[in-house]
Design a protein around this ligand. Sequence first.
Ligand SMILES: NC(=O)c1ccc[n+]([C@@H]2O[C@H](COP(=O)([O-])OP(=O)(O)OC[C@H]3O[C@@H](n4cnc5c(N)ncnc54)[C@H](O)[C@@H]3O)[C@@H](O)[C@H]2O)c1
Length: 258
Amino acid sequence: MSDTDQEMDTARSLQDGDAVVVTGAARGIGRAIAVLLAQRGARLAVADVLDGAETVALCENAGAEARYFSCDVSDESAVAALRDAVNDSFGAPFGLVNDAGVFPRFPVLETPLDEWNRALSVNLTGTFIMSKAFAPLMLEAGRGAIVNISSGAALSPNRNAAAYCASKAGIVALTRSLALELGPTIRANAVLPGVTETNMPMEGAPLEEIRARGSQIPLGRIGAVEDIARAAAFLLGPDASYITGQGLSVNGGRSFNP
Ligand SMILES: NC(=O)c1ccc[n+]([C@@H]2O[C@H](COP(=O)([O-])OP(=O)(O)OC[C@H]3O[C@@H](n4cnc5c(N)ncnc54)[C@H](O)[C@@H]3O)[C@@H](O)[C@H]2O)c1
C-alpha cells in the first residue's frame, strides 16, 4: 500500500476526538455504543425520542464531551434541525450510528397498516433520512463512516414480526447503496445483532425465557449490549478501513431465530 493509500485509510476511520451521532442512544444497544465510543475518545451526540440525560452522564463519566438531542428520526424536519444543532456543537461528525428502532409484534395477516408503516418509517426510512442529512457534512469534511443497526431478522424471520423483518432487510440493502454511492469518502456497514438483552426482546417475552434461548446458541448465551457495541466500534475504527457495504452478524453463531 502506498503512503497516500495508508493516509486515506486512516482518514476513513474514527480518530480520537471525532464526533459520532448515535440515534436510539437513550437506552439499550444505542446507549452501549455511545458509552463505548466515549471510552475510546469520541465526542458523542446522543439522539433519541426518549430522554438521553443518563447516557450523556455515562459518556461524561468516561471523560467524553456528550450532548443529548431530542429527535424523531422518522421526521425529516426534526432530523434537519438535529443536523444543524450537531454541526453547531461538534462540527461535521465523523460517524453516524443509526440504531433507533421499533418492533411491532403482529402475525403477518393481522398487522395493521399503521403499525407496518411505523416499523418501516422509523427503522428503514429513519436510517435513510439520517444518512441523507448527515452524509453531505461528511462528504464536505472528506471523511466519515455510517453504521446501521439491522437485525438477524433481516436474514431469517422472527414470527409475528413481518414489518420489522422487512424494515431490517431494507436496511441491509440501503447500507449497500450508501456504500456504493458514498465511497470512497464514506464507508457504510450494517450490524445484524441476534437476540440481545435489552427492553426490545423483553417486550415480547419474559427475561428468563429470552435468556433460556442462549442454550441453543453456539457461544452459549444471548447477546449483551456490549457485544453489539464492540462490533459497531470496530466498523467505525481503523481495523475496518477497507470494509464497506457489509453486514456483520453478531449473534453468538446462531443463524436462525426461534
Ligand atoms: N435487542 C435485540 O435483541 C435486537 C436484535 C436485533 C436488532 N436490534 C436492533 O437494535 C437497535 C436497538 O434496539 P434495543 O434492543 O437497544 O431496543 P430499545 O427499545 O432498548 O432501544 C431502541 C431505542 O430507539 C429509540 N427510538 C425508537 N423510535 C425512535 C424514533 N422514531 N426516533 C429516535 N429514537 C427512537 C427508543 O426510544 C430507544 O431508546 C434497534 O434498531 C433494534 O431493532 C435489537
